[in-house]
Design a protein around this ligand. Sequence first.
Ligand SMILES: Nc1nc2c(ncn2[C@@H]2O[C@H](COP(=O)(O)OP(=O)(O)OP(=O)(O)O)[C@@H](O)[C@H]2O)c(=O)[nH]1
Ligand SMILES: [Mg+2]
Length: 259
Amino acid sequence: MGNRVQTAPDYLPNDSIVIVLGPTGSGKSTFINNVVGEAVAPTSPGLDSCTTTIRGYRVPFKHDRSLPQRLFLVDTPGFDAILDNIDASRTFKDLCEWLKIAHCQGATVGAMVYIFGCTNRVANSYCEDLKIFQEMCGKDFLPKVVLCVTGGDSDKDATDQRMEALRQSVRWEPLLQAGASMGHLKNSSTSATEVVKKLAGTGAFNRTCTLALMDELADHKSPDQTASGKSLRSWFKESRTYKALKNLRRLFGFHRIGV
Ligand SMILES: Nc1nc2c(ncn2[C@@H]2O[C@H](COP(=O)(O)OP(=O)(O)OP(=O)(O)O)[C@@H](O)[C@H]2O)c(=O)[nH]1
Ligand SMILES: [Mg+2]
């Protein structure tokens, strides 16, 4: 695990955690910075994935009774990130390790935020990513989930259309039906804070329901034995098979290999 999982500051019983997930470059770290009100999490406009470690940032809302006294937003690398010697399964294992540590310290995952870039096409990788996210949450946890769209700030009509298409898509609709909410992040402190307040408004931080992945880990399942871990593994294996076949085709000219 090395130092890729940041556990300090130590969590306390009753601490609440919001895990922020989504494809690389979707705006996870920017969202956290906007909520915290400072550039605490590294961000990048470049092509390479930026966040490489799992790390919690404390939200400095002091006098808001709808929020837990100590609330942390957890930044994560996207499962689709291309990082030196790190793959999706390593990131997933780190996240599981991190969850177990936080759980042992008495903290609970109060909510999950999934961020998706407005201009991103709905590719296969994204569908798999969302499926894994859904399995991590479990059905009962979905009322504690916000699906957020970032970007498209300058073209309101196009963004509204896109939001509507996502709302009705076969990927998002079942999650929304099961209680998840939807938000548009406008790269501002106000809109990021609204998402956290929206979660508080649904009573997310008071509910006792736990994350499905957390329950599985508490049952002593290894990351690979969990539902989301299994899906991630098969996705990863398939993409490796796909790459290997593509290489074969390139090297030997097997144009009839159907990949
Ligand atoms: N226009 C606009 N740009 C955004 C928004 N959120 C993030 N960005 C930009 O998108 C780029 C990537 O943002 P990051 O916050 O680093 O994305 P990330 O999801 O943390 O990326 P990884 O760490 O690689 O997983 C940065 O240049 C941000 O300024 C948004 O809501 N609107
Ligand atoms: Mg990041």
